[in-house]
Design a protein around this ligand. Structure first.
Ligand code: PLP
Length: 383
């Protein structure tokens, strides 16, 4: 690819268009070496795989480009990426995070992070007044948001949250796993750090676990985050890095198709007699729809949730009856997934028992609707 200002779709499709210098291959080799020959002077060359894995470079460069950031870092999982941001802070620092968010990170923040000395406040991030009130100027170092947020898909105004964070001298980090760089670029809206569970849409095929961070500035705080990754060794293998880059090449058409199907399903399911509510930022009546329209370009993502009128047991029975949707955790793959979140998250979960989370894949939207309709109406897909 000749250097030019190509559009993000073009950059992604060619994985930035890097060509292997030794073979002219248009896909990168998979380097399996854990170490690299040093020059006699022990200069600042590549040293060791835990720090400078050549397999990460192309995917990191592409993601930094798609998010409009100065640098990116791939790590072992979304959780490894997210926790490295908090671990780069210091004991006694105050952070503000959403009361409703990806449950494992909320659990980590309210257990380990607090025990390690972080002062954690959880607030409803759709209420900017609550965020403002939670800020402690000079002490709050980080505001963490997730938008759309798991599993109610609540929308947080990134630009407004960035302003509130910055006014108090804090950074804003955004879990943008569900929005993907296709629909939202948080750095352009004022965020300082973007985080992805690359296990999800970036890879897109449910066949690896990875995380990613992108920073607006490669500053001292970013260096501390990189040090956490290096010291803990929270990296993925070269084969996984290669697969991640391969997945990212089809990111744009995949997630656009998934979002288009999700919108069709949300609109049809909103009229279904067995459903009390459909949670999807693309629906006109959804709280946060107007903010989503402002900060999400070209689609509202492939995730939605439904609340089953007849309650918890009916929701569980619906998930048990599907034939095309797969009953499995995770999201963002080519296959559509359905999950009863309250069962998965356990007794402390704030998620309503009547809620089913849907990750829309690449199947035909009509097939997906028919399968759910049958399951909601009490019919078994195999009957
Ligand atoms: N953030 C969100 C929004 C997620 O959905 C997940 C996983 O489901 C994570 C973070 C954690 O990512 P991982 O499972 O790759 O550690």
């Amino acid at each position: 690819m000749q250097e030019r200002d190509w559009r993000p779709e073009s950059l992604a499709a060619q994985g930035l268009g890097w060509v292997d210098a030794s073979t002219q291959a248009i896909n990168p080799p998979i380097h399996m070496s854990s170490t690299f020959l040093r020059t006699p002077g022990y200069g600042p060359e590549r040293a060791y795989i835990r720090d400078q894995n050549p397999a990460f470079e192309q995917a990191e460069a592409l993601l930094a480009k798609l998010e409009g950031g100065a640098a990116a870092a791939i790590s072992a999982s979304g959780m490894a990426a997210a926790t490295s941001v908090f671990m780069a802070l210091k004991p006694g620092n105050h952070v503000v995070a959403p009361a409703m968010m990806y449950w494992s990170l909320r659990h980590w923040l309210t257990s380990y992070a607090r025990e390690w000395g972080l002062d954690v406040t959880l607030v409803d991030m759709t209420d900017l007044g609550a965020l403002k009130a939670a800020m402690r100027p000079g002490r709050t170092q980080l505001v963490w948001i997730e938008t759309p947020g798991n599993p109610l898909w609540s929308v947080t105004d990134i630009a407004a949250a960035a302003k509130i964070a910055h006014e108090s001298g804090a950074r804003l980090a955004v879990d943008s796993t569900v929005a993907t760089p296709v629909f939202t670029q948080p750095l352009k809206l004022g965020a300082d750090i973007v985080m992805h569970s690359a296990t999800k849409y970036l890879n897109g095929h449910s066949d690896l676990c990875a995380g990613a961070l992108v920073t607006r500035e490669a500053d001292a705080f970013w260096e501390r985050i990189l040090q956490v990754r290096y010291q803990l060794g929270s990296i993925i293998g070269s084969v996984e890095a290669w697969l991640l880059l391969r997945g990212m090449r089809s990111l744009f058409p995949r997630v656009r198709q998934q979002a288009a199907s999700a919108l069709i399903l949300a609109e049809r399911l909103a009229r279904h007699p067995a459903i009390a509510d459909v949670l999807y930022p693309g629906l006109a009546g959804f709280p946060g729809h107007e903010i989503a329209r402002r900060q999400m370009e070209g689609g509202f993502g492939g995730m939605l949730s439904i609340r089953v009128k007849a309650g918890t047991e009916a929701a569980k029975a619906t998930a048990a009856r599907v034939g095309l949707w797969q009953r499995a955790t995770s999201l963002g793959g080519t296959e559509s997934l359905i999950e009863h979140r309250a069962s998965v998250e356990g007794p402390d979960s704030p998620v309503p028992g009547d809620l089913l989370r849907l990750s829309v894949g690449l199947e035909d939207a009509g097939d997906l609707y028919d399968d759910l309709d049958r399951a909601l109406s009490g019919g078994n897909a195999l009957a």
